[in-house]
Ligand binder design. Structure first.
Ligand code: SAH
Length: 250
């Protein structure tokens, strides 16, 4: 197995593949609920993973959610969950890349993406995805964000290396404005979204994951990297977070 396959294997059993919660998904949705007057919405959920946000969207909107992810392992789980909840008519899964979306221009009322736009980079993502949003439609994305104006060197250097586009909310909002969006709202995730909903369930799987892969050096390395990320989150959580950005295409 490649490192990427091992990572998918570690995370596929999770309810979610990144920090978040249904409460925060609905909080973001609420910011636009008065503006969405249409009945049959078309929503794309990009980098949906096993679909924790997708399910929340399907249960709280009319119309259809097109859920796209690169990995079938996650989409298979989403399909099972959608069927279990009687939502299979409302959710269509698509295996594909966020960098080459198989959609038509102006197709969606809302483009949603939690914890995934960093994969292609925030600015490239908001630029390219804008083409698929209807005029006056919406974008809702969560994105790694500095929450203070300055921070300790260790965490600054770590994230600058891992994700050079990490920035403050004011700069992210400027990018939205520069690229044809009008900001509607911004908020950050509570700690429970990281610890209770993401890191702790991941930690609980380390032992089985290592056993399953016979303690291979590659599997051990993945666990070590995850542990280090968790350590940095606990130590430096006052300096960075996921910011949820909600904006309208203008
Ligand atoms: N939105 C989900 C998952 C976030 S994790 C949640 O909040 O739980 C990021 C997701 O992006 C993973 O499911 C990963 O498989 C997917 N991904 C990675 N590269 C991708 C690409 N190029 N195109 C589409 N999805 C991708």
């Amino acid at each position: 197995m490649t490192d990427l396959e091992l990572l998918v294997d570690l995370h596929k059993a999770s309810k979610r593949q990144g920090p978040g919660s249904t409460t925060e998904t609905l909080k973001a949705l609420n910011l636009i609920k008065d503006i969405i007057k249409k009945d049959q919405l078309r929503i794309a959920d990009i980098g949906c993973g096993s679909g924790a946000p997708t399910i929340a969207l399907a249960q709280n909107t009319t119309g259809k959610i097109y859920a796209i992810d690169l990995f079938s392992e996650f989409l298979d789980k989403l399909k099972i969950n959608a069927e279990r909840l009687g939502l299979e008519e409302k959710i269509e899964t698509i295996q594909g890349s966020m960098e080459k979306l198989p959609f038509e221009p102006n197709e969606f009322d809302i483009i949603w993406s939690e914890g995934a736009i960093y994969i292609m980079g925030f600015e490239k993502g908001i630029k390219e995805w804008r083409n698929f949003i209807k005029p006056n439609g919406f974008l809702a994305v969560s994105e790694l964000t500095w929450t203070t104006n300055s921070r300790p060197t260790e965490i600054e250097e770590h994230w600058k290396k891992e994700y050079p586009e990490i920035d403050t909310a004011s700069n992210k909002i400027k990018l939205l404005e520069k690229n044809g969006y009008s900001p509607i709202g911004y908020f950050t995730l509570p700690e429970s979204c990281w610890m209770d909903n993401y890191y702790k369930p991941t930690e609980d799987r380390f032992k089985n994951f290592l056993e399953k892969h016979n303690n291979s050096p590659a599997a051990k390395n993945i666990v070590a990297l995850e542990k280090e990320e968790i350590r940095k989150y606990i130590k430096y959580k006052e300096y960075f977070n996921y910011g949820f950005y909600i904006a309208q295409k203008v």
